[in-house]
Ligand binder design. Structure first.
Ligand SMILES: *Cc1c(COP(=O)(O)O)cnc(C)c1O
Length: 418
């Protein structure tokens, strides 16, 4: 079926939750996606931070090929061979003690919210009383299920589904005073993305994160770090909180974890883990043999190929080159990011949309988030030559800006969330 026919058929058959860009990809190799006409696109988005090892990575293909004919599913009623090797790796790289596996980011976040409530219940029963309220941050994004949207800041994600989960207050971003003002023993957890993704690539400050840790320690409330987008190597360390000096009680991981297969996980301390007992939470598919085998292979590949060092090197180079560009083009308001999680803030939403569209015309995929921010979440295997290619294209596109404003077409626009 060609692109035109697919578009028409999807328009009739699918619930219209996405505004897809009119491109049909049939294959991927390395950092490139290939469309139905064999045209290659440089992918600087990796499926919104998912395809961390790029496309058709031999380690992933090998893990799938080894496991697919053996066993795909057992349910969580039985043991299989692959949970432990992955749990060992995840606890080692994060410093957390225990893992709960699920299938997506929002499920990992729901598990985090539920364990925070369960923890408050347990604490209230056995020691000091703790309330049920959550503090989340302005411009946060935690997913699409009803608890996750409740802790997501943008009104358009919440209001159509009201009433969402009650008892959530939003703290001004990086405003430690406001955090202290809103915090009390009514709060069961503080919710933080160490670097906000959908919110436009904004990093929480060391001071703010430390204040959250300290406040939680005064009451027994939990610090929840959502690293579904910023974690698992993206910033050049395994987790973004590792740049911040203190650790959370609960950590959520998903997008890149199985290199493109659906998976999520919540990591917790031993103390927090006690709040869930058998039967309190679960999932049919979570932690199945195929995805866990693949995720372990992804971790091994990141280690074997020394990709964290590569992310720091290529990411640093990318930021440096973008900053040079920003010095020449007043249309660029700010360059932000760490490792291979980068945002380029432009003057206006139209400008950002126009630049994203023009880059796509030049066969470079990126996207726009938070209206004015161009977002780069490339695969970890990106090389300096790809950065050079991107900078050359951006230079042309930015020089051409007035033309672009008229040309703003359909790109992977305000991400898949629009
Ligand atoms: C994408 C994302 C989620 C939701 O993950 P899904 O797999 O789409 O449910 C949650 N939190 C953050 C920070 C994300 O970037």
């Amino acid at each position: 079926m060609n692109l035109h026919d697919l578009q028409a058929a999807e328009n009739k058959l699918l619930v219209q939750t996405y505004q897809r860009s009119p491109h049909l990809f049939v294959e991927g190799r390395g950092v490139h996606l290939i469309d139905e006409n064999g045209v290659e696109y440089l992918d600087l988005l990796s499926g919104i931070g998912v395809s961390a090892l790029g496309y058709s990575h031999p380690a992933i293909a090998a893990a799938i090929t080894a496991q697919a004919p053996r066993l795909l599913h057992t349910s969580n009623l039985f043991f299989h061979e692959h949970t432990v090797p992955l749990a060992l790796r995840l606890t080692e790289i994060s410093g957390m003690d225990r893992v709960f596996f699920c299938n997506s980011g929002t499920e990992a976040w729901e598990a985090a919210l539920k364990i925070a409530r369960a923890h408050a219940t347990r604490l209230s029963t056995f020691s000091k009383p703790l309330g049920r309220r959550f503090l989340a941050l302005e411009h946060s994004f935690h997913g699409r299920t009803i608890g996750s949207v409740a802790t997501t800041h943008k009104l358009k994600y919440r209001t159509p589904f009201a009433p969402v989960m009650p008892e959530v207050d939003f703290v001004r971003f990086n405003d430690t005073e406001h955090l202290r003002e809103l915090f009390s023993s009514d709060v069961c957890a503080i919710c933080i993305e160490p670097i906000q993704g959908e919110g436009g690539i904004h990093a929480v400050s060391k001071e703010f994160f430390a204040a959250a840790r300290e406040l939680c320690d005064t009451t027994g409330a939990l610090l929840l770090a959502d690293e579904i987008q910023c974690g698992f190597g993206r910033t050049g360390r395994w987790f973004a909180f590792q740049h911040l000096g203190v650790s959370p009680d609960v950590l959520t991981v998903a997008k890149p974890l199985a290199g493109g297969l659906p998976i999520g996980c919540m990591l917790v301390t031993d103390e927090v883990a006690q709040s869930f007992s058998p039967g309190m939470h679960g999932t049919t598919f979570g932690g199945g043999p195929l995805v866990t085998a693949v995720a372990a292979a992804v971790i091994d590949a990141i280690r074997n190929d020394d990709l964290l060092a590569r992310i720091r090197d290529v990411g640093g180079y990318f930021l440096e080159q973008l900053n040079l560009l920003a010095a020449r083009y007043p249309g660029i308001r700010e360059v932000r990011g760490r490792g291979l999680m980068i945002g380029l803030e432009l003057q206006s939403a139209d400008h950002a949309e126009g630049v994203a569209a023009a880059m796509l015309d030049r066969r470079i995929i990126l996207n726009r988030t938070s209206e004015t921010v161009l977002r780069f979440l490339p695969p970890y295997i990106l090389e300096r030559t790809h950065v050079d290619q991107t900078i050359a294209a951006l230079t042309e596109v930015l020089a051409d800006a007035p033309v672009l404003l008229a040309a703003a077409a359909s790109t992977p626009g305000e991400s898949f969330h629009e």
